[in-house]
Design a protein around this ligand. Structure first.
Ligand SMILES: [Fe+2]
Ligand SMILES: [Fe+2]
Length: 171
């Protein structure tokens, strides 16, 4: 087995975080759908799929490295989203938290001299830069528009396009 037990365990935990993010984005997408804001809804449905893909990527890596997959209990996302600003803030906070988690995994891999895991985790490090900056931007655009002008945000999303288009994240 290429993975230490400690790193294996931490990666199983990360599968839980990614699936938790996926569920949280489903809640956010549903909120926007309910508010008749289809672009924001579609954006978060895509984001949810992407988080599941992240979980799958880690799961696949654990299997390839001869480790053991264990899916942890997933915390329920907040039951009610009250506003677009709250939704974007939740997403940004979550991405900042995940960034810390990924850094921690990387720290472990470095400490253990596990170069294979470092190589694997580098993709996630780069991905977090994109995730955090996307959510940060979305939050400021929502704040600038205000809750009554969210159609401007819809426009913005259409014009900006999917930040993940162009192949990245499609693996
Ligand atoms: Fe993720
Ligand atoms: Fe993410």
């Amino acid at each position: 087995m290429l993975l230490s037990e400690t790193l294996n365990k931490a990666m199983n935990g990360q599968i839980g975080s990614e699936l938790g993010a996926s569920n949280q984005y489903l809640m956010i997408a549903s909120y926007f759908d309910g508010e008749s804001l289809p672009e924001l809804a579609a954006f978060f449905f895509r984001q949810s799929d992407e988080e599941r893909m992240h979980a799958m990527k880690i799961l696949r890596y654990i299997l390839d490295a001869g480790g053991e997959v264990r899916i942890p209990a997933i915390d329920a996302p907040p039951a009610k989203i009250e506003s677009a600003e709250m939704a974007a803030k939740l997403a940004l906070d979550w991405e900042l938290e995940v960034t810390k988690q990924i850094n921690k995994l990387m720290d472990m891999a470095i400490k253990e001299n596990d170069h294979i895991s470092q190589e694997f985790l580098r993709w996630f490090v780069a991905e977090q830069l994109e995730e955090v900056s996307t959510m940060d931007e979305l939050l400021s655009v929502i704040r600038r528009a205000g809750e009554s002008q969210l159609l401007l945000v819809e426009e913005f999303i259409v014009r900006r396009g999917d930040p993940h288009a162009g192949g990245e994240g499609s693996e």
